[in-house]
Design a binder for this molecule. Sequence first.
Ligand SMILES: *Cc1c(COP(=O)(O)O)cnc(C)c1O
Length: 394
Amino acid sequence: MGSGESKVVYMDNNATTRVAPEVVEAMMPYLTDYYGNPSSMHSFGGQVGEAVKKARLQVAQLLGCDTDEVTFTSCGTESDSTAILSALRAYPEKRHIITTRVEHPAIKNLCDNISHITGHKYRVTRLKVSNDGMIDMDEYAQALSDDTAIVSVMWANNETGVILPVSDMARMAKSRNILFHTDAVQAVGKIPINLAEEDIDYLSLAGHKLHAPKGVGVLYVRKGTAFVPFLSGGHQEDGRRGGTENVASIVALGRACELANEMMEDENTRVRALRDKLEQGLLTTIPKSMLNGNKHSRLPNTANISFEFVEGEAILLHMNRYNICASSGSACTSGSLEPSHVLRAMGVPFTAAHGSIRFSLSIYNTEEEVDFVLEKMPIIINELRKMSPFWEDD
Ligand SMILES: *Cc1c(COP(=O)(O)O)cnc(C)c1O
């Protein structure tokens, strides 16, 4: 970004977030002066161990859990894989997994390939969702069985922001003595979480979705829950995850969790108001546009909107000319435009799923940016529709 170029309007925070300046400041010393190994006996390493300990406390305070329930990993994907494989290895006689049709690829592809990965045959129930992305609790209740090794349901959907009823679902699993994992990568930092009040056994989070750097995550494992490590090696992380700690990023994640606690109010008032203004503005000024996902059970920062009869990727390219960053619900894979599995599971009509755009805001967005996007989007959609063979002006 040269200084002469126009400013980037970043509304793609569910893809990744800006590292908070406070977080950069906290981690810097661990890239320069404090390079010791936290496992070393000498105090030069020991002081680094203290920093990791502090970060673990900061994470625990955001989640409402104990420090010894927090294991640092390399990313959200590693946390997800570790949780599922741990449950399967702890209960090798159980051969059933329950998940949903709207999971992130970190869980979706793992479950699709689980028999190949483990060498065992598994039955996988992928729960349906309604048109607004919610779970059918009757279907879920019927799916739970004595053969179920683990249930994995995301707390909030990355594409639509829809918040799923994980508290109720975890309680139902617990009453049947079934382990429950939640991919909370999109929920942590955006909505209050208190694991002390939940029946959740495993929870995944990723630093780069809450203003820490990429390449660091956490797996929460409830005290007393069966656990088998994914990475065996040294005794780091209490033997739960081998590999010398990514100290600077762990310190960063700790600070980011502390900040998230402080900013939770702003996220749920100011950011929500900005999102609502953007959403309402787009839906009222652009004909044949619609919201995807439950309007009420939703993250405060996310709006997924379909513009019928236009191509999401074309919209993104036009937005890019104005330096507006967002995501589309269709991915150009091997030449065929395939709408996202999430929107397909919700039964979003083909013509709408193809033209869906996800706007995901953060505490760094401003009202001026929302006004700028509200000014440009109708122009972009109108231009594209004029070129669309399916669009008829009336
Ligand atoms: C981003 C994301 C992940 C993956 O996290 P990484 O740190 O990129 O591996 C998993 N689940 C959800 C819901 C996500 O949004």
